[in-house]
Design a protein around this ligand. Sequence first.
Ligand code: URA
Length: 238
Amino acid sequence: MERLQKVIAASGLTSRRKAEDLIKAGKVKVNGKSITELGTKVSSKDEIEVEGKILEKEAKEYYLLNKPRGVITSNSDDKGRKTVRELITTNARIYPVGRLDYDTTGVLLLTNDGEFANIMMHPKNNIDKVYLAKLEGIIKGEQIHQLEDGIPLDDIVVKASRIKCRKINKESNTCMVEITIHEGRNHQVKRMFESVGLHVEKLTRKRIGIFTTEGLHSGEYRKLTPKEVQIVYSYQGK
Ligand code: URA
């Protein structure tokens, strides 16, 4: 379910601010009923009418990108950097589901389906986000326990739901650690490691839910299958 003004704005008809004005002015109907409440939520099944015209529904599109380094997770960038949106050829108003840093690589989903994006991002759905981090220094058992017990971050405590040291390189004094989290706070993995005194040199997202980069080279993408979309919808409320 999404806010009515957001759905109207996402259709490209007008801005969110103007959509709010139209709702307040009684010019919007949902399933034939006039709605003036700004908080009203609608689903993709609802018929929305703005000033007597039925809102065209854009077909839902879903993409899985193997995000390369040096690309910003955004639809536009005022500094002129390359964006993930530029890597995908479609006219649909898709946007990234969550965010990977400029230098982070790996699994990134993009869609124009707000409900799908909400399901993937909501921590209550406990969807695994699995990262492989190259760390400066060698992680100690005590640091692993701290990450498993929980780290205060912003206003919450975040935990590694799984963490495993995969490789140790004594010569370069680095290690590869696989960490699974369920939230998606800004720079969460880097900040979690920093908080136990470890710097992340490289980071890649290996998996989110059922999605991996299998079969995709860096910068390549594919459409999700209807079955995959259906599986994501089945996560809701579990
Ligand atoms: N955590 C980070 O620190 N960076 C990312 O890009 C994703 C998760």
